[in-house]
Design a protein around this ligand. Structure first.
Ligand SMILES: C[S@@+](CC[C@H](N)C(=O)[O-])C[C@H]1O[C@@H](n2cnc3c(N)ncnc32)[C@H](O)[C@@H]1O
Length: 247
């Protein structure tokens, strides 16, 4: 068994499958619509991963920055068609210039959930510093009230499938739940029989927690939608989709 507790996205073969498994749908449409509605000329995609959405945000007259701490994700992103339209930065939000010049910062695919409580305040402050006054931040996060982790059992998630990198058996297994922090192992077995295990730690936060953190980081006008077409979040909305403006 090979185990990683560092970068859960460091397996080149699994990263090659990421966009097939996460092709984007109403979530990507929402972020593109937001950028277009704002006529954003400068966009940051924090936790850009393979950059599928990031590249689709690029247009003539608009600069797009993709930031991600995973070298494997970023290496994949840099090799995709259209990647030359994006500036790629390896790192977290502290890699962003605090020049108050960006119109919009997004953090998609629940990437914000990878950021622990010790790092979230600094992350939001870095985003605020990179945005112009009145600039917008938007991200989504799973609603803790829906307790998604309860479905991440080996029995409920076990799957066998053909993939472009070979037959794959995969399943999830939650190993620890402490308050808002959920730790789970993603098991991946290709035909060589090795079980590659990648451990993720996700933080489930409430709307109120996000509102407090955003306020402390200097954001205002916070809204929280419960779906990609708008409408306020309900108690059981699976996702919390947040927008806020830099004060
Ligand atoms: C589920 S992927 C989402 C990727 C992409 N945004 C999407 O929508 O498909 C989560 C991403 O967050 C990145 N990530 C983890 N910790 C981070 C941090 N502290 N700051 C920014 N990104 C982080 C991971 O490397 C990974 O690429």
């Amino acid at each position: 068994m090979t185990r990683s507790i560092e970068d859960p996205y460091r397996d080149r073969e699994l990263v090659r499958l990421y966009d097939l498994d996460n092709p984007g749908g109403p979530d990507h449409a929402y972020y593109r619509r937001l950028a277009d509605t704002m006529a954003a000329r400068s966009i940051i995609d924090l936790g850009c991963g393979t950059g599928l959405l990031t590249r689709s945000l690029a247009r003539p007259g608009r600069t797009v920055i993709g930031v991600d701490p995973s070298p494997t994700m970023l290496d994949y992103a840099r090799r995709q068609p259209g990647s030359e339209s994006v500036t790629w930065l390896e790192g977290d939000a502290s890699a962003l210039a605090p020049d108050g010049s960006s119109d919009l910062a997004v953090c998609t695919g629940n990437a914000i959930m990878h950021i622990g409580p010790e790092a979230l305040p600094a992350t939001l402050i870095s985003l605020a510093a990179a945005l112009r006054p009145g600039g917008t931040v938007s991200f989504e996060s799973r609603n803790p009230a829906c307790r998604a982790w309860e479905g991440w059992t080996p029995a409920a998630t076990y799957c066998e499938r053909d993939t472009p990198v070979g037959q794959l058996r995969e399943w999830l297994d939650v190993t620890d739940i402490t308050g808002q922090r959920v730790v789970f192992d993603a098991h991946n077995v290709f035909p060589d029989g090795e079980d590659r295990v990648y451990t993720s730690i996700l933080y489930f936060r409430t709307e109120q927690e996000f509102r407090r953190e955003l306020d402390l980081a200097g954001f205002t006008d916070v809204t929280c939608a419960g779906g990609w077409n708008g409408g306020p979040a309900q108690v059981r909305s699976p996702l919390l989709i947040i927008q806020a403006r830099r004060a």
